[in-house]
Design a protein around this ligand. Structure first.
Ligand code: DSN
Length: 417
C-alpha cells in the first residue's frame, strides 16, 4: 500500500529551515551539539518501529532478537567507556534518568542534598517546581560569594546537620571541574549515597579531560546529546548493588517502551566517544572555552568564578552594561545569528525569566572545527552586537559576519540546500 503523500507538508519545509538555521548561525548553547551523520541515521532508522518493553532477553514482545543485540552492545560499550559495572541505556532524557535513581534509592519525603538551580544546579536537583522538590525533602547547597566555586564547607555542614540519604552532585551552569572525591568524603561522613549527574560533562569525562566519577559516586547519570555528542537521551551507570533497583524503577516503574532507535544511536555515539579523535575533541572544547573566556573578558564581560575549566562560561552582564539583561542579550543575539541562553548568575537580583547573565558553551563550535582564532572572532561579534543593540545596522553587520564564519565551518554540508 502506498504511503500517504506528504511532499507538500509544511513541516518538511520547516525541517529544511532548521537545517539552514543550524548551518548558518552560531550554536553556543552549552547543552547542545551536532550529532554525527551515523548517529542521525540510527535515530531515523527502522528501530523506531519496534516495541521492546523490558530488558534484553526478558522482553514482553516477540521479535526482539536484533534489538536485544543492539541494547546489549550499547550497554557493553558505555560500561567500557566509563569503567562501569552496570548501565541502563533506556532513559528517554536526563530528567528521567534522575527520576529513576530517586525512585530506586529514596522513599517520598527523604532528605537529599542538591545544588540549587540559581547557583548552577538543575530542576531535578530539588527545584520546588519540579517533581524532585515536591516528592523529596531537598536541601540546597551552592557556590561561595567570594570565589563562586562550590562551597564544600557549607555542603559538609548541611550534610552533618540534615543527614541526607542521598547527595546529588553535578550542575548545568557551573564552569569549573567538579572533583568527586570531596563529595565522596562528605557522603561517607554522614552515611549518604552519592549520585553524580554528569549530563553536561559526560563527553569531557569520556575524552579524559575531566575526572571520572564512576567508581567514586555510587550512581552516575548523564545525557547522551550534550558534550558526549550522541542522540537525545539519558543513561544511568551504577555498581551491581543498585542495578536491579534502577532497572526496575526505569521499567516498569516510570517508562514504557524504550526508544530503540535512540539506543542504537547511543551505541554508535559510545563507540565514537571511545576513539582518540574524540579525546582530541574533548580537549578542544575545553581550550576553546578558555580562549573564549579570555577574549570576552577583554571586551569587558565578567566571568562568574573568573573563568572556566569545562565547556561553558557563565557571563555576568552587569560589568559590561548594568542595564543589559540576559533576556535582552538573548533576543539581540538571536537576531544577530548567535544562539545562546539567558541564565541567572549566583544570587541574581533579576528573575529567571529576565536574568543578569548568559551561558555560553563551546561543544558545537568545536565539533565544527573552530579553534582559538574563531573564539576571538565570536567574542568580538557578541560584544559588537550587544554594544550596538539599538542600531539595526550594527546587528545586521554582525549577522552577516556570523554567516561568513559559519560558511567556513559548515556542520552539515549538503543539508538545508
Ligand atoms: N536543559 C539542559 C541545559 O540546557 O542545561 C539541562 O537539562
Amino acid at each position: 500500500m502506498p504511503w500517504p503523500s506528504v511532499a507538500d507538508d509544511p513541516v518538511l519545509e520547516m525541517i529544511v529551515s532548521e537545517e539552514v538555521r543550524q548551518n548558518t548561525t552560531l550554536q553556543l548553547i552549552a547543552s547542545e551539539n551536532f550529532a554525527s551523520p551515523a548517529v542521525m541515521a540510527a535515530t531515523g532508522s527502522v528501530l523506531t518501529n519496534k516495541y521492546s518493553e523490558g530488558y534484553p532477553h526478558r522482553r514482553y514482545y516477540g521479535g526482539n532478537m536484533v534489538i536485544d543485540e543492539i541494547e546489549d552492545e550499547a550497554r557493553r560499550r558505555v560500561c567500557a567507556l566509563f569503567g562501569a559495572d552496570h548501565a541502563n541505556v533506556q532513559p528517554h532524557a536526563g530528567a528521567i534518568a534522575n527520576m529513576a535513581v530517586y525512585q530506586a534509592v529514596l522513599e517520598p519525603g527523604d532528605t537529599v542534598l542538591g545544588m540549587s538551580l540559581d547557583h548552577g544546579g538543575h530542576l531535578t536537583h530539588g527545584s520546588p517546581v519540579n517533581f524532585s522538590g515536591q516528592q523529596y525533602r531537598f536541601v540546597s547547597y551552592g557556590v561561595t560569594a567570594s570565589d563562586e566555586r562550590i562551597d564544600f564547607e557549607d555542603m559538609a555542614a548541611k550534610a552533618h546537620a540534615e543527614k541526607p540519604k542521598l547527595i546529588v552532585a553535578g550542575a548545568t551552569a557551573y564552569p569549573r571541574i567538579i572533583d568527586p572525591n570531596p563529595l565522596r568524603e562528605i557522603a561517607d561522613e554522614v552515611g549518604a549515597l552519592l549520585m553524580f549527574d554528569a549530563a553536561h560533562i559526560a563527553g569531557l569525562i569520556a575524552g579524559g579531560v575531566h575526572p571520572n566519577p564512576v567508581g567514586i559516586a555510587d550512581i552516575v547519570t548523564f545525557t547522551t546529546h550534550k558534550t558526549l555528542r550522541g542522540p537525545r537521551g539519558g543513561c544511568v551507570l551504577s555498581s551491581e548493588q543498585y542495578a536491579a533497583a534502577i532497572d526496575k524503577a526505569m521499567f516498569p516503574g516510570i517508562q514504557g517502551g524504550p526508544l530503540e532507535h535512540a539506543i542504537g544511536a547511543k551505541a554508535i555515539a559510545f563507540a565514537e566517544a571511545s576513539t582518540p579523535e574524540f579525546s582530541d575533541y574533548a580537549a578542544l572544547i575545553v581550550s576553546n572555552a578558555a580562549a573564549l573566556a579570555k577574549a570576552l573578558a577583554g571586551h569587558g564581560f565578567r566571568l562568574v568564578s573568573g573563568g572556566t575549566d569545562n565547556h561553558l562560561l557563565l557571563i555576568d552582564l552587569r560589568a559590561f552594561d548594568p542595564d543589559l539583561t540576559g533576556k535582552q542579550a538573548q533576543t539581540v543575539l538571536d537576531t544577530a545569528g548567535i544562539s545562546l541562553n539567558k541564565n541567572t548568575v549566583p544570587d541574581d537580583p533579576r528573575s529567571p525569566f529576565v536574568t543578569s547573565g548568559i551561558r555560553v558553551g563551546t561543544p558545537s563550535v568545536s565539533t565544527q572545527g573552530m579553534g582559538p582564532d574563531e573564539m576571538g572572532e565570536i567574542a568580538e561579534l557578541i560584544a559588537r552586537a550587544l554594544r550596538g543593540r539599538d542600531d539595526a545596522g550594527v546587528v545586521d553587520s554582525v549577522r552577516a559576519d556570523v554567516g561568513g564564519l559559519c560558511s567556513r565551518f559548515c556542520p552539515y554540508p549538503g543539508l538545508g540546500v
